[in-house]
Design a protein around this ligand. Structure first.
Ligand code: UFG
Length: 328
């Protein structure tokens, strides 16, 4: 299979590209570099452009004999999505639909969607399995869910089979230390904590200590980005072998509180950075833990870096080696 990866210069996308290259797939990365980094793409063909550009997409499919796609290009900040629904609907949905249509017309019949736990909204129970009601509480999650639903109709009309991967909290970095997480602005807990350990921030603020959890702080299911990347390969190969369309959660099925992350980072980095307790951040559910049994059963996926300590250690290696991210 020759594979087109949109958003392949981003945090998760660059890890997917690296994993594909490791297995000798021919990879074409399409990224408009609005958020991604050219330096994060470790090989294959790189094209700067928009996935919503139908003519470009059709040309790439023809020129490179693309038979499968991994679609990660999207805006993904939950907070921003609430104040700029127009931007999220236009980019994630509008461009997403243009992209799908171009692929269908060009004859591509295998599609992996980068989706999110944000499709579930406020959990009614945990661990959250795929049967949990999907009632997103933010625009970002809403756009991903709508794209999943649109995929069902494209399958009916064009025979395009898909796998949607609903990630929980992606974290960590490639253990080789060559690629990692570099967002601007940075909003995610683990990279922020790494920046505090490097002395680039004077403190970490814990958003809320009065949640109904064992230590009062939010619990999340952190999954190593390389484990996520491997899941994309398994999904692509399942589609290649004739497998059906499917939706899978991706998490470690284990929750860690904000305090645990902070303590683990202090231990791993050896830096006793300042931690402050602050008010809750709007829209944060108390607990998000995945039930990931379905992808384990169907595709044989197993997390390799399941321990929080390993996730934080690989993040630390990247941040320490690249204190200014890709700009350094
Ligand atoms: N947190 C802090 N202080 C900070 C930053 C974060 O206490 O400075 C807390 C948050 O309140 C939350 C936890 O750390 O409880 C994790 O926060 P992140 O921002 O790292 O991640 P989220 O759980 O908010 O969001 C992530 C992805 C989303 C996705 C969501 C779905 O970034 O894109 O998981 O599970 F939608």
């Amino acid at each position: 299979m020759n594979i087109l990866v949109t958003g392949g210069a981003g945090y998760i996308g660059s890890h997917v590209v690296k994993e594909l290259l490791k297995r000798n797939y021919h990879v074409v990365t399409l990224d408009n570099l609005s958020k991604g980094h050219r330096e994060a793409v470790t090989g294959g063909v790189f094209v700067q452009g928009d996935c919503g550009d139908a003519a470009l997409v059709k040309e790439l499919v023809r020129e490179h004999g693309i038979s499968a796609v991994v679609h990660l290009a999207a805006d993904s900040l939950v907070g921003e999505s609430m104040t700029r629904p127009d931007k999220y609907c236009q980019n994630n949905l509008g461009n997403g639909i243009n992209f799908l249509t171009a692929l269908a017309e060009a004859g591509v019949r295998r599609f992996i969607l980068s989706s999110t736990a944000a499709v579930y909204g406020e959990p009614e129970y945990t661990p959250i399995d795929e049967a949990h009601p999907a009632q997103p509480v933010n625009v970002y999650g809403g756009t991903k869910l709508m794209l999943e639903q649109i995929l069902r109709w494209y399958e009916r009309a064009y025979g395009l089979r898909y796998v949607s991967l609903r990630y929980f909290n992606a974290a960590g970095a490639d253990p080789g230390g060559r690629i990692g997480e570099d967002h601007d602005p940075e909003t995610h807990l683990i990279p922020l904590v790494m920046q505090a350990a490097l002395g680039q921030r004077d403190k970490i603020v814990i958003y809320g200590t009065d949640y109904p959890t064992p230590d009062g702080t939010c619990v999340r299911d952190y999954i190593h980005v390389s484990d996520l990347a491997v899941a994309h390969i398994l999904a692509l190969e399942a589609l290649r072998d004739g497998g059906p369309s499917a939706v899978y959660n991706l998490g470690n099925e284990r929750g860690h509180s904000v305090r645990e992350v902070v303590e683990t980072a202090r231990r791993v980095t050896g830096v006793d950075f300042v931690v402050e307790e602050g008010p809750r951040r709007e829209g944060d559910p108390a607990v998000l833990v995945a039930g990931s049994g379905r992808i384990q059963r169907d595709l044989g996926w197993r997390p390799r870096y399941g321990e929080l300590e390993e996730i934080v250690r690989t993040a630390w290696e990247w941040h320490r080696g690249h204190p200014r991210g890709y700009g350094g």
